[in-house]
Design a protein around this ligand. Structure first.
Ligand code: 13P
Length: 335
């Protein structure tokens, strides 16, 4: 394994104040998001939407890496160029989602484990040929009555670790994503505790399996009260809880934390990221950036409504949102 290759990729992705755009929604999730806007749910519309994103002028001002899904890395723009090549030409590193989704964990009610390890070594070689230099695997941890169980967290940490090892062997940077969901009526403290436990178990597993921590990107949730809790926390309180939780559980050897947005509005996600970077500037041992999907794409999707005439406007909104998050990385975002 050439550790320097991994480090260089991470450096390039987060150069200046850039972050990651997640545009790797599965076919069913992409259909759901398009369908909610009345857009036809078919392969051509998904291709068209993704072409809109990768051809956005100025996207590279705020975005250093973009995560694709299997369908998109195999698609071309209207003029016949592979989507990954279009990103590369714009100076954006293509990445690839390689997990095969979160499936019911046998014997455990309402808990999931992410699958996709079978054949992964070979798939990574293929994706690398297609231009991917980093990958993503998402584990999902649900908070509810008597859950998460330690068994569920451990099963997901193990799969994330095995995936990370295969990525590093292939010279591909693994984005390690243990997402504690916002769904539920739990309070901020509960999210803190579950996030802390998940990260501690994850990092012990990564250590056990000899993962090079300097060659991963951690993609976690922020520490937030559950969506149905009714609890309102200030932006500064969320930033403080999130930073304290991560200082407790994430080794300083990890070069970068790139948060997911998890269902927060675009403005909330940027404001939280901004407060983390602004209020704790001198205490963060890692780059603290973003790897948002909804919080970057949704405002653009809201104006697009699949008409060619609205393409330019949607691209402007997308590039603006990306830039706002790059500003938030520096603590300079002004909502
Ligand atoms: P959201 O930012 O919409 O949570 O998506 C990030 C992501 O890639 C989830 O895997």
């Amino acid at each position: 394994m050439d550790r320097q290759i991994l480090k260089n990729t991470i450096k390039e992705i987060f150069a200046g104040s850039k972050g990651i755009l997640a545009m790797d929604e599965s076919i069913s999730t992409a259909n759901k998001r398009l369908g909610a806007k009345g857009i036809p749910q078919n392969e051509e519309m998904r291709r068209k939407y993704r072409e809109l994103i990768v051809t956005t002028p100025g996207l590279n001002q705020g975005i250093g890496g973009a995560i694709l899904c299997d369908e998109t890395i195999n698609q071309k723009t209207n003029d016949g160029r592979p989507m990954a090549d279009v990103l590369k030409e714009a100076g954006i590193i293509p990445g690839i989602k390689v997990d095969k989704g979160a499936k019911a964990l046998a014997g455990f009610q309402n808990e999931k484990v992410t699958e996709g390890l079978d054949g992964l070594r070979e798939r990574l070689i293929d994706y690398k040929k297609k231009g991917a230099r980093f990958a993503k695997w998402r584990a999902v941890i649900t908070i509810g009555k008597n859950i998460p169980t330690k068994a569920c967290i451990e099963a997901n940490a193990h799969a994330l670790t095995r995936y990370a090892g295969l990525c590093q062997e292939a010279g591909i940077v693994p984005i390690v994503e243990p997402e504690v969901l916002m769904d539920g009526d739990h309070n901020l403290q509960k999210c803190y505790d579950v996030t802390e436990e998940t990260l501690k178990i994850l990092f012990f597993e990564l250590y056990k399996y000899r993962i090079d921590l300097e060659g991963i990107i951690l993609k976690p949730n922020m520490v937030l009260a559950g969506k149905e809790s009714g609890e309102k926390n200030s932006v500064d309180d969320v930033a403080k809880a999130t930073v304290n939780c991560f200082l407790e559980s994430v080794p300083a050897a990890v070069p970068a934390i790139a948060f997911l947005s998890g269902g927060q509005s675009a403005q909330e996600a940027s404001a939280h990221l901004n407060a983390i970077n602004k209020n704790f500037k001198n205490r963060l041992p890692w780059i603290v950036a973003f790897s948002f999907a909804r919080a970057i794409q949704q405002p653009a999707l809201d104006v697009w409504d699949w008409e060619d005439s609205k393409c330019e406007k949607a691209q402007k909104v997308l590039a603006r949102r990306a830039k706002f998050n790059a500003e938030a990385r520096q603590g300079n975002y002004d909502s």
